[in-house]
Design a protein around this ligand. Structure first.
Ligand code: NAD
Length: 463
């Protein structure tokens, strides 16, 4: 036999991020012999090593600091300041703990980890630094990396989220370019740690993918926190000037500039396909991302793509989990319906938090729905007053008692509260059904309950 048994796998997964490891774990669970190829020294990919987990650890430190500095509001005398090295040590501890857990799980499921850089070969096989692995199916899960603006490169002061996580100091001022999830989270974080923050977003509003009223609400909240956010701002140039960085931009036809300690470029993430050998394998790209059909199959037989590298609508860790698991099951011959990306919740961990699921009001109208909309202010909710944070819950539903089409929130713990809204929208509940269910009092979850009570025509704590 040409291929040694040790090198023959049912499934070879390239990349150990959320898309890759979920696919490897599920494939192993389904009885497949699996190799997981990773070039990094540690498993986990962007989410564990450079994305979700380290940033949420930093944001937790920021939240603690905010709470300590507002302690008097709750009758407690305290004040705090960040110890950046200790904050980073906490971040590292969280990453290490989760990477260790994942590594053990991968081992326990008997997935072979192959360290190295994989390239696709024709037919479903892979070469890892010259070593050939044959497979019945190959899954590309190589992820994404931060994009930069044309002509701009990373320096000591011009950074992306990758450098921000290990930056040697807390900047005293920062310009954040891009007001998507990364931009909003870092703007919030820097502000909590005491920096003067300016956000520049090219599109007409910040958080441009969210419902318009959510953009307005987060804009108001950021202004209240002293964050300057400009939408419709077109960056003309970024230069290091002495020990600062200057960003020149155009807003409403007027040229302006802002100077700061650092400039964080958060204008999106691009696919990682360099050196992957896509041409040789017959894997076509779509604007750089790996082209897939509704089943996540690429243009090459038995080659699949999941996670950020795949040309699917959302680059999110939980989307990657969903895609990875779906592909593992399809490879094992299980029928899995296509993923409905509209039903996937979106969460941003700035202060205040932002979370949404389903259609925005504008999208619902565009798709021909006649809608009823309820906007509930968190001030109507007792627990939110005690917690000391405001915000809104906006529910978009089909007219006259039709199903809930979307839920959009800004406010305390909405990144957790969205889980209920996910069930409501995906199960196509109507407001009267949700209104008939009892939310515990006093909790933040009442905001969702009360919004549905109002939509069902029987508001309790609102007019
Ligand atoms: P993004 O695409 O969400 O946002 C980038 C923003 O930059 C956009 O609003 C875009 O209009 C703006 N932009 C682009 N070019 C610009 C320019 N020249 N000047 C000013 N603004 C410009 O990308 P991101 O925030 O970098 O995040 C990358 C991916 O990672 C996204 O898919 C995001 O959802 C995901 N992510 C998710 C979370 C989370 O779920 N909490 C956190 C971080 C990142």
């Amino acid at each position: 036999m040409a291929v040694r048994m040790a090198e023959a796998y049912d499934v070879v997964v390239i990349g150990s991020g959320t898309g890759g490891y979920s696919c490897a774990l599920r494939s192993a669970q389904l009885g497949k012999r699996v190799a997981l190829v990773e070039r990094d020294g540690r498993l986990g990919g962007t989410c564990l090593l450079r994305g979700c987990i380290p940033t949420k650890a930093l944001l937790r430190s920021a939240e603690v600091l905010d709470t300590v500095n507002r302690a008097e509001e709750w009758g407690v005398k305290a004040s705090g300041s960040p110890d950046w090295d200790a904050v980073k040590a906490f971040e590292e501890r969280m990453v290490d703990k989760l990477v260790t857990g994942l590594t053990s799980l991968i081992k326990a499921r008997k997935v072979d980890v192959v360290q190295g850089t994989a390239a696709l070969r024709s037919g479903a096989s892979v070469s890892v630094d010259g070593r050939d692995l044959s497979a019945t199916d190959v899954v590309v899960a190589t992820g994404s990396s931060p994009k930069l603006l044309p002509g701009v490169s990373v320096t000591e002061r011009i950074i992306t989220s990758d450098q921000a996580l290990t930056y040697p100091s807390i900047p005293s001022s920062a310009v954040v370019i891009g007001a998507g999830a990364v931009g909003l989270e870092f703007a919030s974080l820097y502000r909590s740690f005491g920096a003067d923050v300016t956000v520049l977003e090219a599109l007409p509003r910040i958080a441009p993918l969210e419902d318009e009223e959510i953009s307005k609400e987060i804009g108001r909240a950021f202004r209240k926190r002293g964050i300057q956010a400009f939408a419709g701002a077109h960056v003309q140039g970024i230069d290091e000037v002495g020990d600062a960085v200057r960003v020149v931009y155009d807003v409403g036809g007027e040229s302006k500039s802002v100077t700061a300690d650092v400039c964080l470029v958060a204008v999106g993430r691009g696919p990682v396909t360099e050196g992957l050998g896509v041409d040789q394998a017959g894997v076509e790209l779509d604007r750089g991302f790996v082209k897939v059909d509704g089943q996540l199959q690429t243009t090459a037989p038995h080659v699949w793509a999941v996670g950020d590298v795949a040309a699917t609508p959302l680059q999110l860790a939980h989307v990657a989990f969903t895609e990875g698991i779906a592909v593992a099951e399809r490879i094992a011959g299980i029928q899995v319906p296509e993923i409905d990306y509209t039903g996937i919740p979106r969460v941003t961990y700035c202060t205040p938090e932002v979370a949404s699921v389903g259609l925005t009001e504008a999208q619902a109208v565009e798709r021909g729905h006649e809608v009823d909309v309820e906007k509930l202010n968190f001030q109507a909710i007792g627990k939110a007053n005690i917690v000391g944070e405001g915000g809104i819950v906006k529910v978009v539903a089909g007219k006259a008692g039709g199903p809930v089409l979307g839920v959009h929130m800004v406010g305390p713990h909405v990144t957790d509260l969205i889980a209920e809204a996910m069930l409501i929208t995906n199960w196509e509940a109507v407001p009267a059904e949700v209104a008939a269910l009892i939310h515990p009092h006093p909790t933040l979850s009442e905001a969702i309950g009360e919004a549905h009570l109002a939509l069902a025509g029987k508001p309790l704590h609102t007019a």
